[in-house]
Design a protein around this ligand. Structure first.
Ligand code: 26M
Length: 822
C-alpha cells in the first residue's frame, strides 16, 4: 500500500496551514510574499482537492467493478457553480479551513470570491444537471456526468447605458485547479466522408465509414463529492484537439501550414457554448459538438466495460444512460453503430441493448426549441448515422403499420423524419423510440408532453412515460448560500434536513412561536441587508431594506414575461403620480438574467427594465417607496445571495410554457412567498405549501387554448382596463425613453397585435393578486408565518427526491457505500 503523506490528507489546523504553504510553493511556484490572492485561492483549492483524492480514487475503482451498475448522465450543459465552498462544505472542512486560513492572515470569503465559475450552460437545464450530480454523489450512487469542456462558456453580462453587452467568458484564464486532464484516455471521433458497404469472408454484410476528418477527444475530470460521504463521482468533460501525425500527414501530404489550419479547425469544435434560446437551424458546429461528446462518452464506456471483462450483451446491465434533453440523442444511432459496425453485434440484439440503455428527459414543449437536424446536414457530417436512423425509422414504422393497419396517417405522424419545412430528423422522436423511459420534469409538463409533442408515442407505449418533478440541492441552495437560515433551522430541529429535506416539516409548529418568528425575521432582514449592500456596490442604487423585495431572476424570455412584471411596476408608478400621497406598500423590484445575444426582443426587455428604473429611481415624488434594480451578470455565484433575501418570488410564465422551473423551488425553500401562474412545478409547490401561502393568478392552460380558439384579441383588454391602457400608453409615449417613441415600439406592437404569451389577458388578475400580496405584507406576523410554512413544506423539492425516483423507476440502480480501507 502507498503511504499517503499526512500533508495531503490531514485536517488539523496546523496541517492545513502547512499544506496551503506547500501547495503555494511547490505546485504554484510562489513564495508567500510574492503570491497574489488568486495564487492563494489556487493553493487552497489544491489543498482541498488533495483531501478528496483518496475518496475519488476509491470511488472510481469500486464503480468500475462489473457487478456495479452506474448512472451515465449525458448533458451538453453543466452549471456546477464555484467548487471550493461546496467541496469544503461537503467534506465537513468549512469551519476548520476558515480558521486555518485566518491564522495564515487570509480571509476565506475573499479567496472564495477569486473562483471563476464554470458557466458551461445556459440556465435551468444545465443547473439541473449540476444539482443531480450533487444528489447522485450524496446518495452514494455511482455516476459519471459526461459533457463538453467549452473554452468559452456562457458570456458575462454587463449593462452599458441600460443595454446588455456580452463579454467573453474566460473561466480557464487563471487556471482550473479542479480538473485533471487524462490524455492517456483520449479517443478519436470521425466526422464527414462516406460509407462503403461490403460482404466479408463469412458472407456478413458490413458497412465501413470512411471519414473526411478525425478529431481527438481529451477528457478532463472534475471530482464531484457527496455531502459527508466517501463517494466522489466524476464529471468528465471532453476537449477537441487535432490528432497529431497520421491525420495531418496523410490528408495534407506534407502541407505543414495546411496541417496547422486543420488543427485550428479541430480545436474550434469545443470552443464555445451555444445559447439555447436562439434558432440553431443549420448550425453545423453545434451538431458536431453534440456528436463529439456523445461519441467520446460511449467509446469511453465500451472501452472500460471490455477492459473489465464485461460483455457487450450486458452493456445495459452495467450502464443506465440518461439523455438530458435531445442534445445528446445522437447517442442512440452512435451506440447502434458502435455495436453493429465496430463490434459485429446483430442489429436486433443491438437495438434491444440500446433501448434498455437509454432514457430520455424532455425539458421544453416550446415548438421553436424542439431540435430537428436536416437530412442534408446529417448526411454530410454523419453519413453512417443517417443510414442507421433511416433503418431505425423503417423498422419502427413497419411495427406501427402492423399495429394500426388501416391508419395510413399514423405513419406520417410518427415518422422520425419530418418533410416540412425541409426533410429533417425529429430528435425528440428519435430519443423516444430509442429509450425505455421518457419523462417530463413537472406533473403538468409530463401531462402536456403526453398530450401534445409525444402524443403518438404515448398512445403506442403508455408504460414508457413517467413524470419526475425537478428538485434542487439543499446543500448549495440552503446550507451554503443561506448559512444564517441553515443555522437557525439546525438549532431547532437538528441537521438531518440537509440530507432528508422532508425533516423541514418539523418547523411547522414553530410557525406559531413568536420568538421563532422574530428569529426568522432577523435572518431575512440580515440577508436583505447583505443583498442591499451588493446592489449598492454593483448598481449604485440605494434600496430600502424594510421594503418588500420582489424578485424575478431567470433567463430573459418573452414566455417568462418579465415585461408583465414591468407593466405592474408602471401601474404602481402611475398611481403614485396620480395620487402622490398614496399609501403604497414600499417595494424593491429586483431583476437579473441574461438574454440570448441574438434575441432582440429579450434584449429590449432588459432595456425596458433599466429604463423604467432610471425614471422611477430618481423621481423625488416616489422617494424610497419604489425602486427598480437590474443586477448584471446573473449566474450561480451571483444568484446565491439573491434567493435568501427575497420576500416575493415572481414565477409568472404563460401557463403551459415553463416546463418546471427550479428557481421557484430555491425561493420557496428559502422562505420567499410565490406569486405565480399555474404552470410547471408552481402547481406542485402550491399544493405542497398550501394555497393560502401561495399567490396564484392568471389563465390556466385550457383557458388559454379556449381564448386562442375563440380568436384572441389583446386590444380588447386595453379597452376594458383603464390602468392597462395607461401603462401601455406610458410605454408608447416614449416617457421612459427620453421621448423616443420608437424605442419600445416593438414590444408594444407585439403586445397589442399578437400577444402570443397572453400578458394582456393575465394583466388584471396579476394586478389584483399583487394587491393581495401588498396587503399580506402589511401583516408582518402572518407574512412570517407563511414564510416559515413555505420552507417547512418544501421538502419534496430536493433533487435527492428526484434522483431517488430516477434510481428506482428508470435506472434500477442502488447505493454503493465506498469503503476507504478495503
Ligand atoms: C429555443 C429557441 C427559441 C426559444 C426558446 C428555446 C428554448 C427554450 C427552452 C430552448 C431550450 C429550452 O429548454 C432548455 C431548458 O433549459 N429547459 C428548462 O429546463 C429546466 C430544467 O428541467 C426547467 O426547469 C425549465 O422550466 C426549462 O425551461
Amino acid at each position: 500500500a502507498i503511504q499517503i503523506e499526512d500533508d495531503r490528507t490531514g485536517v488539523t489546523i496546523p496541517t492545513l496551514r502547512r499544506a496551503l504553504a506547500d501547495n503555494l510553493y511547490y505546485v504554484l511556484g510562489k513564495p508567500p510574499d510574492g503570491a497574489t490572492l488568486n495564487d492563494y485561492y489556487l493553493a487552497l483549492a489544491y489543498t482541498v482537492r488533495d483531501r478528496l483524492m483518496q475518496r475519488w480514487m476509491a470511488s472510481t475503482h469500486t464503480h468500475r467493478l462489473p457487478t456495479i451498475k452506474q448512472v451515465i448522465y449525458l448533458s451538453a450543459e453543466y452549471l456546477p457553480g464555484p467548487h471550493l465552498g461546496n467541496n469544503l462544505m461537503n467534506l465537513g472542512l468549512y469551519e476548520t479551513v476558515q480558521q486555518a486560513v485566518a491564522e495564515s492572515g487570509l480571509d476565506l470569503a475573499t479567496l472564495l470570491a477569486c473562483e471563476e465559475e464554470p458557466g458551461l450552460g445556459n440556465g435551468g437545464l444545465g443547473r439541473l444537471a449540476a444539482c443531480f450530480m450533487d444528489s447522485l454523489a450524496t446518495l452514494e450512487i455511482p455516476a459519471i456526468g459526461y459533457g463538453i469542456r467549452y473554452e468559452f462558456g456562457i458570456f458575462d453580462q454587463e449593462i452599458r447605458e441600460g443595454w446588455q453587452a456580452e463579454i467573453t467568458d474566460k473561466w480557464l484564464q487563471s487556471g482550473n485547479p479542479w480538473e485533471i486532464a487524462r490524455p492517456e484516455d483520449a479517443v478519436f471521433v470521425k466526422l464527414g466522408g462516406h460509407t462503403e458497404a461490403s460482404t466479408d469472408e463469412t458472407g456478413c454484410y458490413q458497412v465501413r465509414w470512411i471519414p473526411h476528418q478525425t478529431v481527438k477527444g481529451i477528457p478532463y475530470d472534475t471530482p464531484i463529492p457527496g455531502y459527508r460521504v466517501n463517494t466522489v463521482n466524476t464529471l468528465r468533460l471532453w476537449k477537441a484537439e487535432a490528432p497529431e501525425s497520421f491525420d495531418l500527414s496523410v490528408f495534407n501530404h506534407g502541407d505543414y501550414y495546411g496541417a496547422v489550419d486543420q488543427k485550428v479547425i479541430s480545436e474550434n469544435l469545443t470552443k464555445v457554448l451555444y445559447p439555447n434560446d436562439e434558432p440553431i437551424q443549420g448550425k453545423q458546429l453545434r451538431l458536431k459538438q453534440q456528436y463529439f461528446f456523445v461519441s467520446c462518452a460511449l467509446q469511453d464506456l465500451i472501452r472500460t466495460h471490455l477492459a473489465q471483462g464485461g460483455r457487450l450483451e450486458r452493456f445495459h446491465e452495467k450502464f443506465a444512460v440518461q439523455l438530458n434533453d435531445t442534445h445528446p440523442a445522437i447517442a442512440i444511432p452512435e451506440l447502434m453503430r458502435l455495436l453493429v459496425d465496430d463490434h459485429h453485434v446483430p442489429w436486433d440484439l443491438a437495438w434491444t441493448i440500446t433501448q434498455q440503455t437509454f432514457a430520455y428527459t424532455n425539458h421544453t414543449l416550446l415548438p421553436e426549441a424542439l431540435e430537428v437536424w436536416s437530412l442534408d446536414l446529417l448526411g454530410q457530417l454523419l453519413p453512417r448515422h443517417l443510414e442507421i436512423i433511416m433503418e431505425i425509422n423503417r423498422r419502427f414504422l413497419e411495427d406501427v403499420r402492423l399495429k394500426f393497419p388501416d391508419n395510413g396517417e399514423k405513419m406520417g405522424q410518427l415518422s422520425l423524419i419530418a418533410d416540412q419545412p425541409f426533410r429533417s430528423v425529429r430528435m425528440a422522436y428519435l430519443a423516444s423510440v430509442g429509450s425505455h423511459a421518457i419523462n417530463g420534469v413537472a406533473a403538468l409538463h409530463s401531462q402536456l408532453l403526453q398530450k401534445t409533442v409525444l402524443r403518438g408515442f404515448y398512445d403506442l407505449w403508455p408504460e414508457k412515460f413517467l413524470n419526475i418533478t425537478n428538485g434542487v440541492t439543499p446543500r448549495r441552495w440552503m446550507l451554503l448560500s443561506n448559512p444564517r437560515l441553515a443555522q437557525l433551522i439546525t438549532r431547532r430541529i437538528g441537521d438531518r434536513w440537509i440530507i432528508h429535506l422532508q425533516d423541514l416539516r418539523d418547523l411547522e409548529p414553530l410557525a406559531e412561536d413568536p420568538e421563532f418568528r422574530a428569529a426568522w425575521r432577523s435572518v431575512k432582514q440580515a440577508n436583505k441587508q447583505a443583498l442591499a449592500q451588493r446592489i449598492l456596490e454593483r448598481t449604485g442604487i440605494q434600496v430600502n431594506v424594510e421594503s418588500l423585495f420582489d424578485v424575478q431572476v431567470k433567463r430573459i424570455h418573452e414566455y417568462k414575461r418579465q415585461h408583465l412584471n414591468v407593466l405592474h411596476i408602471i401601474t404602481l408608478y402611475n398611481r403614485l403620480k396620480q395620487n402622490p400621497s398614496l399609501d403604497l406598500v414600499p417595494r424593491t423590484f429586483i431583476f437579473a438574467g441574461k438574454a440570448a445575444p441574438g434575441y432582440v426582443q429579450a434584449k429590449l426587455i432588459i432595456r425596458l427594465i433599466t429604463a423604467v428604473g432610471e425614471v422611477i429611481n430618481r423621481d423625488p415624488a416616489v422617494g424610497d417607496r419604489l425602486k427598480v434594480v437590474f443586477l448584471p451578470d446573473y449566474n450561480v455565484t451571483n444568484g446565491q445571495p439573491i434567493y435568501p433575501a427575497a420576500d416575493l418570488s415572481e414565477q409568472i410564465s404563460t401557463a403551459g410554457k415553463e416546463a418546471s422551473g427550479t428557481g421557484n423551488m430555491k425561493f420557496a425553500l428559502n422562505g420567499a412567498l410565490t406569486i405565480g401562474t399555474l404552470d410547471g412545478a408552481n402547481i406542485e409547490i402550491r399544493e405542497a405549501v398550501g394555497s393560502e401561502n401561495f399567490f396564484h393568478f392568471g389563465h390556466k392552460v385550457e383557458e388559454l387554448s379556449q381564448l386562442r380558439s375563440q380568436g384572441y384579441d389583446p386590444r380588447r383588454y386595453c379597452d376594458h382596463s383603464p390602468e392597462l391602457n395607461r401603462a401601455i400608453h406610458r410605454l408608447e409615449s416614449g416617457f421612459f425613453a427620453q421621448g423616443n417613441r420608437d424605442l419600445f415600439r416593438p414590444l408594444v406592437q407585439s403586445l397589442l397585435n399578437d400577444d402570443p404569451y397572453f400578458l394582456m389577458a393575465d394583466y388584471l388578475s396579476y394586478l389584483n393578486c399583487q394587491e393581495q400580496v401588498s396587503q399580506a405584507f402589511l401583516n408582518e406576523a402572518t407574512w412570517i408565518r407563511r414564510s416559515i410554512l413555505n420552507t417547512a413544506r418544501m421538502g419534496e423539492f430536493s433533487s435527492d427526491r428526484s434522483i431517488r425516483e430516477y434510481a428506482h423507476q428508470v435506472w434500477q440502480v442502488q447505493s454503493v457505500p465506498i469503503n476507504l480501507q478495503p
